[in-house]
Design a protein around this ligand. Structure first.
Ligand SMILES: [Mg+2]
Length: 265
């Protein structure tokens, strides 16, 4: 069988090239990238090939593996089972393991509570909508809504009502796939990658992601890095693959090439 990444000559060359850098940072999104998307937020698991590749890569001293998710860190931790050396990053970079997140003051806490109240009211109005609580924000999930029109109406209502609560615009919002998020401590995956890159002194970064919020990650990649978008949608990533099973193939190829290039140091 021809592997998907072999059908793209450019991508297999790029994987070979990046497997040869002295120190590599492998940054991976979770939902829709390592794990297929599911309606149940607690059922996704990394596909076995990706799980194994991450385990092998994380034991190398010339490679750092990070999983950067939009999920709250605690919610990410619940669905993954990686070696301790794999760095988990939640809330799009707002929560880095081992770094104290910026605290909210009491006025911000109060505003956040009000916003959560409004979103919970919307979730009862629009059947299927769900509210996710994050440390410095909250999100409205619309995956289970019955129609695109209902999704649009729920989003509009959320934006309008949060806007009323927050005339000073202390809260920022952002869209992902079937999610509208509000936060008082905006962070993005680009910032997270830059922090991890600086800390690990990586020579190159491989970043793979599927969602619009992963575009912030692709945006900070420079020459020598490799960005791979999973699935459809506009992207600034250099390459595109279809789905999480192709992520398995790509990561397995990276493991093979990196082991062939140098013995596990
Ligand atoms: Mg994703």
């Amino acid at each position: 069988m021809r592997l998907a990444i072999e059908s793209s000559e450019g991508l297999s060359i790029a994987v070979s090239r990046i497997s040869r850098v002295p120190f590599l940072l492998v940054a991976l999104d979770f939902d829709g990238t390592l794990a297929p998307i599911s309606d149940d937020p607690w059922s996704p698991r990394a596909l076995p090939g990706s799980q194994l590749a991450i385990e092998v890569l994380s034991h190398r001293t010339d490679t750092e593996v990070a999983v950067i998710s939009g999920r709250a860190l605690a919610a990410l931790d619940r669905v993954v089972d990686f070696p301790e050396r794999v760095r988990l990053v939640g809330s799009h970079g707002g929560e880095l393991q081992g770094i104290e997140p910026a605290r909210l003051d009491s006025a911000e806490e109060e505003l956040l509570e009000e916003i959560r109240g409004v979103l919970k009211a919307i979730a009862t109005e629009f059947s299927g909508a769900e509210v996710e609580i994050k440390p410095a924000g909250t999100a409205l999930h619309t995956r289970m809504l019955r129609s695109p029109e209902a999704t649009e109406a729920a989003r509009k209502s959320a934006l309008a009502r949060v806007g009323e609560l927050d005339p000073q615009q202390r809260v920022t919002h952002r869209y992902g796939k079937e999610i509208l998020e509000f936060t008082l401590r905006p962070a993005d995956k680009g910032g997270a990658i830059q922090i991890l890159r600086a800390r690990s002194r990586a020579d190159s970064v491989l970043f793979i992601g599927d969602d619009v919020t992963d575009e912030d990650g692709f945006a900070v990649l420079t020459e020598g890095d490799l960005g791979v978008k999973v699935g459809s949608g506009e992207t600034s990533a250099e390459f595109r693959i279809e789905d999480p099973s192709e992520v398995e193939e790509l990561l397995s190829a990276l493991v093979r090439e990196r082991s062939a290039f140098t013995r596990n140091p």
